[in-house]
Ligand binder design. Sequence first.
Ligand code: 5GP
Length: 194
Amino acid sequence: MKMLKEKIAAEGIVLNENVLKVDSFLNHQIDPVLMAAIGKEFALLFKAEKITKILTLESSGIAPSVMAGLELGVPVVFARKRKSLTLTEELYTADVYSFTKKESNTIAVSMKHLSKEDHVLIIDDFLANGQAALGLCRIAEGSGAKVAGIGIVIEKAFQEGGELLRNSGYRVESLAEISSLAGGSAVFKEEAKI
Ligand code: 5GP
């Protein structure tokens, strides 16, 4: 997605060869115009999948998910990372090792928001080793729902998550694929030329 790649090239900060900081438009401050375009792109990619619900992880997955939910006309559920006093219902949970925090968290979704009739689109901001997305898949599948696809804003293709998820049979669509951060700037994977 051209607009996203240009934004990453202009404003992304390479913290080290594995971590990209994009907190001027996605992870802290949010660019609503870019988010709206991202929502349209995800809706186009997954429009044939009869999506009934979007599932994401707080907090950075919420903005792109809401815009995709608006386009597809479906609700957005975000898994919580912290136990909340208001989360009193029965929960679907999964343990997820966090790439950025280097610790394991239990993520949770109230059972009332997912059912076996759902066709779930999972959306997240980044794909690194795939643990967050796999945790979300486990939560969706725990409810009996079908995972119809996984939409990722930025995939770091040099890490193992993409292969892990695709080899597990999931359809993964990434809007920007980075093949390397090694030289201090993001190098994008060549798109197939038709
Ligand atoms: P994974 O579970 O695929 O290893 O990592 C994905 C999660 O870690 C995402 O939800 C995202 O929050 C965080 N993450 C992974 N890599 C990066 C990165 O390079 N930059 C930022 N800002 N977050 C990342």
